[in-house]
Write a protein that binds this ligand. Structure first.
Ligand SMILES: Nc1ncnc2c1ncn2[C@@H]1O[C@H](COP(=O)(O)OP(=O)(O)OP(=O)(O)O)[C@@H](O)[C@H]1O
Length: 371
């Protein structure tokens, strides 16, 4: 059991985060927390803003507004939105993987895992040639790095291929190698962007085992973007759901799974079917569940985005007087709110809103909403 001054605090607090690309609000006033030692999943339909959140956390993007606070094990607080990406990795100890595999395909598996430990090795060398020749602590650090790399190769069942080029591995094995490479940096927070993408059911099962092993045995907390619900619902302790850059649900997998807002947003039903689906779901007590307070253990209770609530269609641009559109009213969660209001006014579900209700979807949103 790891101990330290910040162990009872959330490892990550995202507060009122917004990210705008010109006129597009990719993330709007998003707040949530990830607890230490847990697996937190960030889910939502395509284009919901999940990868943008990761890019803000890991310093690839500077957010337009908001705060991302990481509580280090040693008691330090890092404001990630103010740090350059290389410091986020080296000092705050945040590691990530990407949607697309980014291994050094011509290097061996072992070499890939040693490159990940480059910073540590350079430090041990004292940044001198004498250091690299083995004088001082370099030799010991080098041996330790090889041991750590082998340890992770064993964990991912690829030790027998240590000397093969990474590019020769099957896809699922490359995904595991990426996670092992991230773990070789000894992260406190591991951010995984769709680790199960392209995996078959057996490989997904191995991935679940690997992530549970990391959670149980390393003290590394995990933040996970994933579309594969067999992974999300089985291994996550906490799920945050985004739609059009806004949080629409936040809580345990079970709570989120039954949340009509999530059902509507995630199933990606056609606009004209949304009311029917939500009304049907709402008749079966799910509305009551939704009315219950969100899980207080996760996420700042004062956050305006704790539940989506009324979503305004416009937001003032930080720099100019320009007004930019926030996902022009295409939110299924918002439609749920409207249906709920309707059903409290009438004993029977009211007639379907006029056909004109269906709103324009933002460009790029696939009909059906899912990959
Ligand atoms: N660098 C950028 N410039 C302009 N728009 C961007 C940029 N990065 C992301 N976006 C836009 O922000 C929105 C959110 O994209 P993002 O990739 O974060 O979604 P996502 O939830 O990760 O989607 P997916 O599940 O398909 O990966 C999209 O509309 C996307 O086009």
């Amino acid at each position: 059991m790891l101990t330290g001054p910040n162990m009872d605090k959330p490892i990550l607090s995202v507060e009122h985060l917004s990210m705008k690309f010109g006129g597009l609000v990719a993330i709007g006033d998003l707040s949530f927390q990830a607890r230490r030692g847990e697996i937190t999943a960030l889910i939502g339909p395509n284009g919901a803003g999940k990868t943008t959140v990761f890019n803000c956390i890991t310093g690839f993007y500077k957010p337009s507004e908001g705060m991302i606070k990481m509580n280090g094990r040693g008691g330090q607080e890092f404001l990630l939105e103010r740090m350059p990406d290389f410091r986020i990795t080296a000092h705050a100890k945040v590691a990530r993987t990407f949607q697309n595999i980014r291994l050094f395909s011509g290097m061996t598996l072992l070499e890939n895992l040693l490159v990940a430990q480059h910073n540590k090795l350079m430090h041990a060398s004292g940044f001198t040639v004498l250091g690299l020749l083995g004088i001082g602590g370099y030799r010991k650090a080098s041996a330790e790095s090889i041991d750590l790399a082998k340890h992770w190769l064993e964990k991912i069942d690829l030790i027998h291929r240590a000397d093969d080029p990474a590019g020769d591995l099957p896809y699922g094995a490359q995904r595991r190698l990426e996670i092992a490479r991230a773990m070789c940096t000894d992260p406190e927070l591991l951010c995984l962007d769709e680790p199960a993408a392209g995996l078959n059911p057996k490989e997904s099962l191995h991935l679940n085992q690997l992530l549970n092993d990391i959670k149980e045995n390393t003290g590394t907390s995990i933040l996970l973007i994933e579309h594969d619900m067999s992974v999300v619902m089985k291994i996550s302790d906490h799920v945050v759901v985004l739609e059009y850059g806004r949080k629409i649900s936040d809580g345990s997998p079970d709570l989120v799974k039954h949340d009509p807002r999530v059902i509507a947003a995630y199933l990606g039903v056609d606009d004209e079917e949304v009311v029917d689906v939500l009304t049907a779901v709402g008749d079966e007590q799910v509305i009551e569940e939704l009315d219950a307070e969100p899980d207080p253990e996760h996420g700042p209770s004062a956050s305006s985005s704790m539940m989506a609530g009324p979503i305004s269609d416009t937001i003032a641009h930080a720099d100019e007087d320009e007004i930019v559109k926030v996902s022009p009213g295409a939110s299924k969660a918002l439609e749920y709110d409207e249906v709920q209001a309707l059903s409290t006014r009438t004993a029977k579900p009211a007639a379907k809103p006029a056909a004109g209700k269906a709103r324009a979807k933002p460009a790029g949103k696939p009909k059906g909403g899912r990959k």
